[in-house]
Each structure stands twice: as structure tokens, then as C-alpha cells.
Design a protein around this ligand. Sequence first.
Ligand SMILES: [Zn+2]
Length: 230
Amino acid sequence: MDDDPVVQGILKAISQKRLKPGTKLGEDALAQVFETTRIHIRQVLAHLVSRHIVTHFPNRGAFIYRPTVQEARDIFAARRVLETTTVATVIDKLDADMRRKLKQHISRETGHDRNDRWASLALTADFHILIAELAGNSVLLDFAKELMLRTSLAIATFEVPGSPDCSPDAHPVITDMILAGDKAGALAAMNRHLDEIEHRLHLGATAPDPDDIVAIFQDIGIAPARRGVA
Ligand SMILES: [Zn+2]
């Protein structure tokens, strides 16, 4: 199902942060955009619910998932475990082809126009996925892809507006240490990098759900408090 063009389209829009957490995914609108049936869209949404990318509320429909503070912290904790493993594996297996791919990626990252925010975001996520790919474990690669997407959702939910996903100078430093075979240095640099991304998020407070109109009116004192009406 991950190869489905609608799934691919939605995942791409999330990774580029065009589809924000809390956005409603209307079946009719999606069917129209992707020129397909509502049945197909429903299958896609059910799949994305199982991947923690979409939430479904009865009678309200499907929305891009908004991670909680605890989930955002869990995502980074999981990335530390996974990415220290993939970095260490890449250093152990490093050959000429892997060196070439790493260098190629870094020159793409440093060479492209940083004002193109969408291209920047996709490229910086690609660095982390490339390392998982080079580590050569297809299961870890799947986890890495899922964690990068969930990171995008966490950043989109809790970020200070305008901050990038990855600090631009972190990847070349990590890469240099990998290429030098400096395992301790590379692992420390990767952990520092993930710490920095996590610390840029405002995990102190949760924003109210922007799609809950009742909550918005309650906040400004117009609607009465909600009762447990059946
Ligand atoms: Zn990064």
C-alpha cells in the first residue's frame, strides 16, 4: 500500500510540511485531486491511520495526526536508538561506493538553493534515510522512513515558525566523522544533532486543536461548556 500514488502524494505533502497536523482530509476533495474513487481514498486513509499518520474521528472524518508532547519525545528517543545503530553499521561496512553516495548527498545539500525551503526539507530528511539505506537493513530502513515522517509531524506541531528541520552544518560534520571512521565522534555528533532538533521544539505546551470550533468558542467564552450528551 505504501507504493500507492495517493499514499505517496499525502506522505510527500506531509514531509514537505504542506499538509499540517490537524488538517482535515476530505474524501471528496482527495478523490477529486487524485482522480480516483472514494472507496480507494477510504482504503488509503485506513492505511495511514495504521501508520500513525492520520487520525480518524467518528462523524468528523480523517485528519493529519497531531502528536502529543510525550509522543514527540518518544519519536526522538526512538531516533537516537535507531540512528546510532545505523551510523555505527555504516562505519563498520564503509566501502568506496558508500563513501561516494555520502559525499554526493552532502554536495547536493550544500549546493542547492537554501531559500527553496521545500527542497531543503526533503534533502535534510534524505540524509537520515540515506544512512539507514547504507546500513543495509531493510527493516531498520522502514522504521527510519516512518520516524522521519513522524518527526515532520512533531516539528510541524511544536516548532517555532520558520526553523529548519536540521541545522545546516550538522550533516557535513557527521559525514566527515563517518568517512574518517571515527565511530565515537560520529555517534556523539548524531546524538547532539537530534538533541538540537528536539530542543528547538516547544514541547512545554500543547496548542489547542485548530479544527475544534467548539473549543475555540469556549476559549473566548461564547459556547457553554460541553456536556456528556449522548
Ligand atoms: Zn539532520
